[in-house]
Design a protein around this ligand. Structure first.
Ligand code: ADP
Length: 362
């Protein structure tokens, strides 16, 4: 099994919302890599995605062709990089990893294209952040495995076509809506990753506890799963914290009581929300009277990057119906008020029956 090569962007894996072009980023985490499934059979959940990928793998193996270009989208930590790693292992081909922000110019992407081996995989994380010039440069790569280069200037300028080996581009994005349609259309498979249910996360926790040589009670694994916001990366992070807590406070075994104490100490509540999630709801309710208001206004008040809110905080709150998105912005639902123990707001007068009668004159 070949090790993937990570070039250009040593910080891959950082959720896109936290990483701006000039922001310092986190190095690749060795423990996280150790926990990553390596084979399709090890992947938990996302059954229909895994089944479609198994078909694509079988077909390309039989025809001895590279995999089709694949686009994965979904919130951070749900398995986009994991699927790319698994595909590379299943095929036994080279995997090169980079990200949209690292490919600033055509020259940055050139080495990945010219060095790509036949059938290999190029993984581009945060592909929605590719500059348009680079994006257009890779269209002929994705269609015909060639790059078009203009040599010279003015009257003497000419275009040369450089043929490339046939390889696969796997794109990952947390914002599929930001992808231009010409780029989106060049991917033959589009796979959307969904949040995991508690059952699936509990299975991931149990498997990963064994990889970390930690014993964990089944009810403790379930507790972690329920408090991980449907996200395997968070389940891993919670497991690592709970494991440290168990080692420091007792004999290293993770019982239900230990798991609860450890998560409470991190201020992770029964819904799996952390301080930042609750601060978001608190700001929306207390400062903006429950909304509707725009993400930019909440971001400015909280002093948190708007990308962090839209990529990391909001998807789960939307999924759990703590907030809704309206044409006028985000709005807290009665569930959010109840969760924070605030009195529920009176029904919106604009939508009361009496008012509707008046509005529509019925
Ligand atoms: P993304 O690329 O979507 O941000 P990753 O693929 O890096 O997310 O996933 C983060 C971690 O979560 C991985 O290292 C892996 O341990 C775990 N993980 C993700 N998806 C799965 C899955 N389907 N089954 C088991 N573990 C998973």
């Amino acid at each position: 099994m070949r090790e993937p090569t990570i070039q250009g962007d040593p910080n891959r894996g950082e959720p896109s919302g936290r990483k701006g072009r000039d922001e310092p980023s986190r190095p690749v985490d060795a423990v996280e890599e150790k926990l990553r499934p390596q084979r399709l059979s090890e992947v938990v959940g996302q059954r229909s995605v895994a089944e479609r990928l198994a078909i694509a793998l079988a077909a390309c193996k039989k025809r001895n062709e590279p995999l089709p270009h694949i686009l994965f989208d979904g919130p951070p930590g749900l398995g986009k990089t994991t699927f790319a790693t698994v595909l590379h292992n299943e095929l036994g081909v080279e995997l090169n990893m980079t990200s949209g922000p690292a490919l600033d110019k055509k020259l940055d992407v050139m080495p990945y294209l010219t060095n790509a081996a036949e059938g290999s995989i190029l993984f581009i994380d945060e592909i929605h952040r590719l500059p348009i010039a680079v994006e257009e440069f890779i269209y002929p790569v994705m269609e015909d495995f060639r790059v078009d280069m203009v040599l010279g200037e003015g009257m003497s300028a000419r275009t040369i076509n450089l043929p490339l080996k046939r390889f696969t581009i796997i794109g990952a994005t947390t914002r599929s809506g930001m992808l231009s349609s010409p780029l989106r259309d060049r991917f033959h498979m589009h796979e959307h990753l969904e949040f995991y249910d508690a059952d699936e996360l509990a299975r991931i926790v149990i498997v990963n506890a064994a990889k970390l040589k930690t014993t964990i009670a089944e009810d403790a694994a379930w507790e972690l799963a329920q408090r991980s916001r449907g996200t395997p990366r968070l389940a891993n992070a919670r497991l690592r914290w709970v494991r440290d807590f168990a080692t420091a406070r007792s004999d290293g075994h993770v019982s239900l009581a230990i798991a609860r104490d450890a998560l409470d100490m991190q201020e992770i509540d029964a819904e799996g929300m952390d301080k930042q999630d609750r601060r978001y709801l608190d700001t929306l309710i207390k400062v903006f009277n429950g909304g509707p208001t725009g993400a930019e206004a909440i971001s400015a008040t909280m002093n948190v990057a708007v990308d962090t809110l839209t990529d990391e905080v909001e998807p789960y709150l939307l999924r759990k119906h703590f907030i809704v998105r309206t044409p006028r912005g985000r709005k807290a639902t009665p569930l959010a008020y109840r969760h924070l123990n605030y009195p529920e707001p009176l029904p919106d007068p604009d939508f009361s029956i009496g008012n509707q009668r008046r509005l529509f004159d019925v």
